[in-house]
Ligand binder design. Structure first.
Ligand code: NAI
Length: 720
C-alpha cells in the first residue's frame, strides 16, 4: 500500500503512506497508486476539493533514484514515457477544476516538491527539520516533473534559477518568504484547517499561467503569461540568464553536468506556454537521466554515500558502541577541529596539550566557529554555549580518565607519538580504543608503542575538519574488528563519512592525491605552459589546479614525504616531485604558507603564477592539447587507485570512489577514481594507459590484472 484515500466533509484526503519503502518516494509502486487516488477524487461529484499530505515524517522525499539507474542504458523512449505520464498527472492536478492543496507535513524534495508546485495552494508545517527544494542537479539530473517550468513562473526566474541550479534546500519559513509556500502552520491540525478553509474559499482555482477556453469552458495553457519580475526577453531576463550561466560555471566547476540543460529548460520553456514548456523539460530530462554522468553521481554520491554513512564497511557481528567521552591529544589545527566536531555531536571532549594555554587556544578555535554559527542564525547562543561547555582544555593527562576513545593529533613525529600513546593509554576505559590522526606514518609501526595494538587504529581527518566530510580509517596489521567498529560508530556519530583502508605508505587518499600534484610537476618539467596545466586541472573537474594545490600542501612537505620514500628505497632520487620539492624548499619557496611557491601571494593582491617558473621550466614551443593534459591528470589518479585496489590498500569500489571525491575532490560526475575506469570504458582506459606509458613513462602502465579484466569485459562498477 502506498496511498491512503478517504473523503471527509466533501474533501478527498490523499495521504502518502508507503509501506514498501522506508520513505515516501516516487516510484513504480507509488506513482500509479497516487494517479488512481487523484482520478477517483477528480471524478467523484461529491468531492469538492483535494488535500495531498503524508502520514510519515516526510511529505515525499523525491523520486526513487534506483528507478532511474535501472532505466539507464535502456530505451530513452521508455524514460520519456515515464516522464510524460508523471507530467500529465501533475498537469491534471492543475487543470481538473477542483482545488488541490498540498499540506506539506515534512520534507518535500525533488519530485515531492514538484507535486506541491502543481497544487493550487501550499501550506507547510513549521518544523526546522523540514527541507523544501529541488536538489536534482546534485545527482546530475534536473527537476523533470515541471519544476523548471512552475517555479520560475511562480517566483520569477531570478529567484528560481539559483534554487534549481544549486539544489539549495529551504526551511518552510524561508520558502514562505520566497513565495514557494503560501502559508505556514504550527500544528498538523492548523495545517489541515488552513487547507480545508482555502478549499472552501476557492472552489474554482486557476493557475496564473492558465485560462478558461471561452468556447469549451475548459482550463488550458495561456500563451501570453507574464513571468513575475520581468519577462525573459527583457534586458533583465537576458542579463539574469547570462549572469546565471557564468555563476554556475564558476560554482560547479563543471561538476554538475546537467546545469546547461537546466538553463535551457528555463530559458526556452519560459518563451512558450506551460504545456510546451513541460514538453521541452521532458526532452532535456531524458537526456540527462540517461547520461553516464547522472548514473555515476547517483551510484556514488547518493546511493553509495547513504550506504557508507549507514556503516557499509562496519564489521557486522559487533554490538553498537558509543563514545561519550573523547580524549584529544594536541590542540593544534587538527586537534581543535576534531574537538569541535565531536562536541557538536554531543560528546564530552578532553582537549589536552602541553600547557593549559595551548589547550585553551584549541577551545578558542571552537568558540570562533560557534560564534559564526550563531551569527548565521543556525544555533541560538544557549545551544552554542552548551556545545562549548563540552570541550575541557587541560594539560593534565589524568583528566583523560574514562575516555572510550583517545585520538592523538600531536606533531608528526614518531617518537613524540609513541610517548603520548604510552602516557594516555592507561586512562582509557577497559577495552578503550587509541587512534592516531597521522597523515603519513604507518599505523602498524605506531601501534608498536601501544600496550594493546589490537585497539590501535588510524582515524585520519582532513583539513579543515569542520568542512571536510571524509574520515579515512586505517587498519593496521593488528587492529581488531572491534576497534574498527568503535571508529566507524564514532565517525557516524559526528556525521562524517568513513572509508576503511589497510595500512600502507600514504594510506589511500594521500597516495592517490599525490599523483595529481606529482603529474602537475611532470607537466611543468615537460615544458607545458603552467597556465594550461592549471586550467586543465580545473576544466577536468578538480577543484584546484595541481600547482596551486601543491602550494597549499606546502612544497617542503612534498619534499619531506618524497624524501622518506627515497630513503626507504621505494622512490628513485630522480623522481620529479622529489627533485622539484627539494629545489623549491632550498629556494625557500615553500608554498602558500611562505607566500611564495609555484605562485606569488602578494600582500592584499591576487595570487598569480610565479614569473620565475619560465626560467626554471622553459615552456616548449609545441604545446599539448587541453584534452591531453586533462587525460594525464585524471588517468594518473585512476591508475594509482587501481593499484591500491589490487594491493588491497583499498577494500571496496565504493570506498575508493568516495575517498577520491570527498577526500581530494576528484570530479563527482566521473563517479570517483575507480568508476572513472568504467566511465571511459575499461578497454579504452587500458589502451590509453599504454599510450601514455609509451609517451610519458611507466607510471601510467596498466597492471596485468587490469588487462585481464579488460579482455574479459569486466569492470569495477557492479552490473545492474
Ligand atoms: P599542529 O602543529 O597545528 O598541532 C600540534 C599540536 O600538538 C600543538 O598544539 C602542540 O603543542 C601539540 N603537542 C605537542 N606535543 C604534545 C604533547 N606531548 N601532548 C599534547 N599535545 C602536544 O599540527 P596539526 O596540523 O594539527 O597536525 C597534527 C597531526 O595531524 C599530525 O600528525 C599531522 O600529520 C596530522 N594531520 C594533519 C593534517 C593537516 O592538514 N594539517 C591533515 C591530517 C592529519
Amino acid at each position: 500500500m502506498a496511498i491512503d484515500y478517504s473523503v471527509k466533509d466533501g474533501v478527498a484526503m490523499i495521504v502518502w503512506n508507503m509501506t514498501s519503502s522506508p520513505m515516501n518516494v516516487l516510484n513504480d509502486d507509488s506513482v500509479p497508486a497516487f494517479g488512481e487516488a487523484l482520478k477517483k477524487a477528480f471524478s467523484d461529484a461529491d468531492v469538492k476539493g483535494i488535500v495531498i499530505t503524508s502520514s510519515k515524517p516526510e511529505f515525499v522525499a523525491g523520486a526513487d533514484l534506483k528507478m532511474i539507474l535501472r532505466n539507464q542504458g535502456g530505451d530513452p523512449a521508455e524514460m520519456l514515457k515515464i516522464s510524460a505520464g508523471l507530467n500529465e498527472l501533475f498537469r491534471r492536478i492543475e487543470t481538473n477544476g477542483k482545488p488541490v492543496v498540498a499540506a506539506i507535513n515534512g520534507t518535500a524534495l525533488g519530485g515531492g516538491l514538484e507535486i506541491c508546485l502543481a497544487c493550487h495552494y501550499r501550506v507547510a508545517l513549521n518544523n526546522p527539520k523540514t527541507k523544501l527544494g529541488l536538489p536534482e542537479v546534485k545527482v546530475g539530473l534536473l527537476p523533470g516533473a515541471g519544476g523548471t517550468q512552475r517555479l520560475p513562473r511562480m517566483i520569477g526566474m531570478q529567484a528560481a534559477l539559483p534554487l534549481i541550479l544549486e539544489g539549495k534546500e529551504l526551511s518552510p519559513k524561508d520558502a514562505l518568504g520566497m513565495g514557494i509556500v503560501d502559508a505556514v502552520a504550527e500544528t498538523r491540525e492548523e495545517m489541515l484547517e488552513k487547507a480545508f478553509s482555502w478549499i472552501a474559499a476557492n472552489p474554482k482555482p486557476l493557475k496564473p499561467w492558465d485560462e478558461i477556453n471561452k468556447k469549451t469552458g475548459k482550463i488550458q495553457a495561456k500563451d501570453n503569461y507574464k513571468v513575475p519580475n520581468g519577462a525573459v526577453l527583457s534586458p533583465v531576463g537576458m542579463q539574469t540568464f547570462t549572469v546565471g550561466t557564468a555563476m554556475m560555471m564558476d560554482k560547479s566547476k563543471g561538476n554538475y553536468p546537467s546545469t546547461q540543460h537546466i538553463m535551457s529548460c528555463v530559458y526556452e520553456g519560459l518563451l512558450v506556454n506551460i504545456d510546451r514548456g513541460i514538453a521541452i523539460e521532458a526532452r532535456h530530462f531524458v537526456k540527462v537521466a540517461t547520461s553516464k554522468e547522472a548514473g555515476n553521481l547517483i551510484r556514488t554520491m547518493f546511493l553509495g554515500l547513504n550506504e557508507a554513512n549507514k556503516g557499509a564497511s562496519r564489521p557486522k557481528d559487533i554490538a553498537k558502541t558509543e563514545v561519550k567521552k573523547l580524549g584529544v591529544l594536541g590542540a593544534g589545527m587538527m586537534g581543535a577541529g576534531i574537538a569541535y566536531v565531536s562536541a557538536l555531536a554531543g560528546i564530552e571532549v578532553i582537549l589536552k596539550d602541553v600547557s593549559q594555554e595551548a589547550a585553551e587556544k584549541g577551545k578558542d578555535y571552537a568558540r570562533s566557529l560557534l560564534k559564526k554559527t550563531v551569527e548565521r542564525g543556525k544555533f541560538d547562543a544557549l545551544k552554542a554555549e552548551g556545545v562549548l561547555d563540552l570541550i575541557k582544555p587541560t594539560a593534565n593527562a589524568d583528566d583523560l580518565a574514562g575516555s572510550e576513545l583517545i585520538i592523538e593529533a600531536v606533531f608528526e613525529n614518531r617518537e613524540l607519538k609513541a610517548t603520548v600513546t604510552q602516557e594516555a593509554e592507561p586512562q582509557l576505559v577497559n577495552n578503550g580504543v587509541f587512534a592516531s590522526n597521522t597523515s603519513t606514518l604507518p599505523i602498524t609501526g605506531l601501534a608498536k608503542a601501544s600496550a594493546n595494538p589490537a585497539n590501535f587504529i588510524g582515524i585520519h581527518f582532513f583539513s579543515p575538519v569542520d568542512k571536510m566530510m571524509l574520515v579515512e580509517l586505517i587498519v593496521g596489521k593488528e587492529t581488531s574488528d572491534y576497534a574498527l567498529a568503535v571508529a566507524i560508530d564514532y565517525t557516524r556519530k559526528i556525521k562524517k563519512t568513513p572509508i576503511v583502508v589497510n595500512d600502507s605508505r600514504g594510506f589511500y587518499t594521500s597516495r592517490c592525491f599525490g599523483t595529481y600534484t606529482s603529474e602537475g610537476m611532470e607537466l611543468l618539467k615537460d615544458g607545458v605552459n603552467p597556465v594550461l596545466i592549471e586550467n586543465a586541472g580545473k576544466l577536468a573537474g578538480m577543484p584546484v589546479g595541481p600547482l596551486a594545490v601543491s602550494d597549499e600542501v606546502a612544497l617542503d612537505l612534498v619534499y619531506k614525504i618524497a624524501g622518506q620514500a627515497v630513503k626507504d628505497g621505494v622512490l628513485a632520487e630522480t623522481d620529479t616531485s622529489y627533485q622539484i620539492g627539494k629545489q623549491f624548499t632550498e629556494m625557500g619557496r615553500l608554498g602558500k604558507k611562505a607566500k611564495a611557491g609555484f605562485y606569488e601571494y602578494p600582500e592584499g593582491g591576487q595570487k598569480h603564477l610565479w614569473e620565475g617558473l619560465a626560467e626554471l621550466f622553459p615552456v616548449s614551443t609545441q604545446q599539448p592539447t587541453l584534452e591531453e593534459v586533462k587525460t594525464r591528470l585524471l588517468y594518473r589518479q585512476a591508475i594509482e587507485t587501481v593499484r591500491c585496489f589490487e594491493e588491497g590498500v583499498i577494500r571496496t569500489r565504493l570506498d575508493a570512489d568516495l575517498g577520491s571525491i570527498l577526500g581530494w575532490g576528484f570530479p563527482p560526475y566521473a563517479g570517483g577514481t575507480l568508476s572513472f575506469v568504467d566511465y571511459v570504458g575499461i578497454s579504452t582506459f587500458v589502451s590509453e594507459c599504454d599510450r601514455l606509458a609509451e609517451t610519458y613513462g611507466e607510471r601510467f602502465r596498466p597492471t596485468p590484472k587490469l588487462r585481464a579484466m579488460a579482455a574479459a569485459g569486466e569492470g569495477f562498477v557492479e552490473k545492474k
